[in-house]
Every structure is written in C-alpha cells, then in structure tokens.
Design a protein around this ligand. Structure first.
Ligand SMILES: CC(C)(COP(=O)(O)OP(=O)(O)OC[C@H]1O[C@@H](n2cnc3c(N)ncnc32)[C@H](O)[C@@H]1OP(=O)(O)O)[C@@H](O)C(=O)NCCC(=O)NCCS
Ligand SMILES: [Zn+2]
Length: 204
C-alpha cells in the first residue's frame, strides 16, 4: 500500500520527519528517511533506502536511486540523476574521537542536469558541474566542469557530454564546434570548457 500525502506519495515504510517540504508529484519509496528541515522539489523520485539529511535542498525532477545518503551540506539542483549506491560525504578528515561541534560541513553542490554513476563517491567540498557526467565507481576529488565526462579513481577528465547524455566526439579539423550526433546541439570548445550555442533560426 502507498500512502497518498497530499500531492506527493510516501510509501508506508518510509519516514518523513516534520517539518519537511516535499513538492508535487514526488514519490518516496520503501524504507527511505527524510530528516526535518529537508526540502525536496516537484516530480522527484526518491528510491528505496535513501536518506535525506536535515536542511538538504533537492531541486525538481531529481532521481535518486536506491541506497543513497544525501548528508547535510550537500545540495542537489534540478534534473540531477544520482545512480544507485552513490556516496556523498560532508567532512573531509573525520575522526570518531574528535567530533565536529561547529556543524559546519564542507559544501558539495551537484549542479543541474548532472549525472552521478552507480557507486561513485563524491568527496566533499566539490562542485559537480551542470550537465556533467561521473562514471560508475568513480572517486571524485576535484570540481567537475560543466558538461565534462569524468571517471576512474581518482576521476579524471575523459571527454565531454551533451546535455542529452550523448558523448561529444572529436572536433573535425580546426573547428572549435562540437556537435552532438544524437540531438544536434552545438557547443563551442575553448581551452578548458565548452559552451552551448543557441540554436540557429530556421533557414540559416
Ligand atoms: C562513463 C561511461 C558513461 C562511459 O561509457 P562509454 O563512453 O560507452 O565508455 P566505453 O565503454 O567506450 O569505455 C571507454 C574506456 O573507459 C573505461 N571505462 C568506462 N567507464 C568507466 C568507469 N566508470 N570507470 C573506469 N573506467 C571506465 C572502459 O573500460 C574503456 O577502457 P579501455 O579503453 O581501456 O577499454 C559509462 O561506462 C558509465 O560509467 N556509465 C554509468 C552507468 C551507471 O552508473 N548507471 C546508473 C543507472 S543504472
Ligand atoms: Zn545531444
């Protein structure tokens, strides 16, 4: 049985501690736990055995697969995909005998449209850029630029990814333009980043 909670769904085995803000159309599945003060946007899917910490903000249309803990200090923007069992952290050098009393965590931001592969670990204090892609099992120790494909341990820059999830191939000749073979989006490449170009008006 699923319990309808206003305009979102919480499975009867899940726990949502009040006050928590949950958007319209969001679904929260078996054995998940949302802590007080968490804010989850519209149309999110929170899988099985997911933990959302106090004060965590999650945007709209975010998919969090099974067995993910989103700790305090982590922010997740719109349209992010968190693969199963990916790991977030919030203290860079934790010690059990010296717990942190200041409750200041090393902030991690997952920017809109990014994907984190299954079982990847995001070390804290990192920004995972817009529409970037982190491969399965990676350990991310540095910021990931927008649209970059990172994987491995430590995760390294391996290429560029279109917003639609297709890999952007090599440039032809001296052209600075990368074109997505699937959706046709075009990006201008510079030394360290790529920028989406506006679509051309019809007839040009
Ligand atoms: C990163 C990823 C997108 C690359 O896919 P791809 O472009 O098709 O890559 P390929 O399979 O052509 O691999 C290219 C090389 O990178 C290696 N590689 C690919 N993904 C890797 C990863 N995550 N970690 C380490 N190495 C990886 C391959 O072994 C291959 O190495 P080789 O050239 O020595 O043979 C994909 O492997 C991945 O990790 N996807 C995430 C899947 C996931 O977690 N989904 C969650 C929802 S179920
Ligand atoms: Zn594309």
């Amino acid at each position: 049985m699923r319990k309808p909670k206003g305009k979102y769904f919480v499975h009867e085995t899940a726990i949502v501690d009040e006050p928590a803000a949950i958007g319209e159309g969001t679904r929260i599945w078996h054995f998940s736990h949302v802590m007080p003060g968490a804010r989850i946007g519209d149309k999110c899917n929170i899988g099985q055995n997911v933990y959302i910490g106090s004060g965590v903000e999650i945007g709209n249309n975010v998919k969090i697969q099974n067995n993910v803990s989103v700790y305090e200090g982590v922010a997740i923007e719109d349209n992010v995909f968190c693969g199963p069992s990916c790991v977030f952290t919030n203290v860079i050098r934790p010690r059990s005998a010296f717990p942190r009393k200041d409750r200041k965590f090393d902030a991690t931001v997952i920017k809109q449209g990014a994907t984190i592969g299954a079982n990847a670990t995001i070390v804290c204090g990192i920004t995972v850029g817009e529409n970037s892609f982190v491969g399965a099992g990676s350990v991310v120790t540095k910021d990931v630029p927008a649209n970059a494909l990172f994987f491995g341990n430590p995760a390294r820059h391996r290429g560029w990814m279109c917003e639609c999830g297709e890999k952007l191939g090599q440039r032809t000749g001296r052209s600075k333009i990368l074109t997505c073979p699937t959706c046709g989006r075009k990006y201008r490449k510079s030394r360290s980043d790529i920028r989406l170009l506006p679509p051309l008006a019809k007839g040009k």
